[in-house]
Write a new protein. Structure first.
Length: 165
């Protein structure tokens, strides 16, 4: 029986770049302010929306981030990433692990696309183990706001191929 695919994509340094300690605006950057007046400036990785569009044609997509809920939802809205709030898994979800009930992922084969090496991302892997004992992992090059780090057509195709094999 073929498994159902579910794709999880990291937020920071994968889809966006945010440097809260640097007030210098990067071309195309946007600002969000969270409660307690915490202000963040970020830029969307060129090619990120195209990647998400291509992935959504394959399987349901979700954000899986170590960031807090308000931050993840704020950038999702600001950059029009297209995720419903129910499709965003954040720090509290990851840290609860066994306490969270993940439903809606029957017979799952999960894929995680993240800039961190797998060995440095065990909390997300353990979270995905709640739905899939062997999640597949794609280590994408990190994005730090530089043009040379755009997601090219070739890079997007490499990720799509990984998820469709």
């Amino acid at each position: 029986m073929e498994k159902n695919k579910y794709i999880f994509v990291d937020l920071d340094e994968t889809l966006i770049y945010c440097n809260p300690w640097n007030d210098e605006p990067i071309k195309g950057s946007k600002i969000i302010t969270l409660e307690h007046n915490d202000t963040y400036r970020a830029v969307l990785r060129p090619g990120a929306l195209e990647l998400l569009k291509a992935l959504r044609e394959i399987a349901p997509c979700y954000i899986l981030t170590a960031a807090i809920q308000e931050y993840a939802e704020g950038w999702n809205n600001e950059f029009k990433l297209g995720f419903k709030n129910s499709q965003i898994y954040h720090r509290d979800d990851i840290n609860i692990r066994g306490g969270i009930q993940l439903s809606g992922f029957p017979n799952a084969q999960s894929y995680l696309i993240d800039n961190l090496p797998r060995r440095d991302n065990m909390s997300k892997i353990e979270f995905l183990n709640l739905i899939d004992p062997i999640p597949k992992y794609f280590n994408i090059k990190s994005y730090y706001g530089y043009e040379a780090q755009d997601l090219t057509v070739e890079m997007i195709q490499e990720i799509v191929t990984f998820v469709t094999e």
